[in-house]
Ligand binder design. Sequence first.
Ligand SMILES: Nc1ncnc2c1ncn2[C@@H]1O[C@H](COP(=O)(O)OP(=O)(O)OP(=O)(O)O)[C@@H](O)[C@H]1O
Length: 307
Amino acid sequence: MKTIIETRQLTKVFHEKEVVSNVNMTVNKGEIYGFLGPNGAGKTTVMKMAANLIKPTMGKIRLFGSPLTAESYQILGKIGSIIEQPVFYEKLSARKNLEIHCEYMGYHNKNAIDESLEIVKLMNSGVQPVKEFSLGMKQRLAIARAIVTRPELLILDEPINGLDPVGIQEIRNLLKKLNKEYGITILISSHILAEIEQIADKIGVIIEGKLIEEIEMEKIREKNKDYIEIMTNNTRKATSILEHHLNITNIKMLSPMTIRIYDLSIPQDVISEALLKHGAVIESIYYKSSSLEDYFFTLMNGGGISA
Ligand SMILES: Nc1ncnc2c1ncn2[C@@H]1O[C@H](COP(=O)(O)OP(=O)(O)OP(=O)(O)O)[C@@H](O)[C@H]1O
């Protein structure tokens, strides 16, 4: 698997305060990486270092497999970013803003501007000046500007911040499209779990400058599957009854007295009835539903992330 961003022991000190500490982050090609952490945790600082906007105090960054150095112009040309509040020429149209950006970047491709306006659905904004845009339109224009040079990696710092639910949905769909149809790898930060859990393939959680978790969403969902837990004096007998009489196969023995069923197609009362009917003693049986919010809450231990 190709690695697009790799940081090792990445550290940033501002005025003798370590705001990013030894961050080892890995963003793979094709991934949407959700970078999650409360306000002030260090997300923007890590992203600025990855985009070469500020220098690390210590540690290493590799982009597209090569070390990031002062001569990395070519590598940086493969990155589009929105870091902190995007600034536009407010009196000019969306198209004019993109033209100026392309000129500045030395990127000359006539179709690219039309294509990015089309992708973010701003084709119809015509000559309307950006100052009349809604926040959602401005965020879409920021994305258009980030993708107009056809980058392979997008670094987006809180692009959903402040949008209403419709705006959030629009940006989410847009990012999914850029990722799936155009193969763009995306690093996106947020302080709100719900904003990115639906689109991220992997999540990195940063608190007080430390990356405390980096994990695939798939693994989180796996860990957080609902189950039925049964305590019985004879787990072997109970397992055999479940397998032979109810055809349940996804059973895990947790202790000599406890089993868990992850196959939830059979209702709990049917399970109890079958166990009792065939002579197993049930000490307790209950349904456990665990949500992603629970997982993050436990992880953060109330560290300030809003679920
Ligand atoms: N240029 C700077 N000089 C001094 N301190 C800074 C500078 N930039 C950031 N910091 C401090 O570094 C810490 C991390 O800030 P950062 O902006 O990276 O966090 P964040 O996770 O992106 O939070 P937010 O979501 O609020 O932007 C904060 O305590 C912030 O005050």
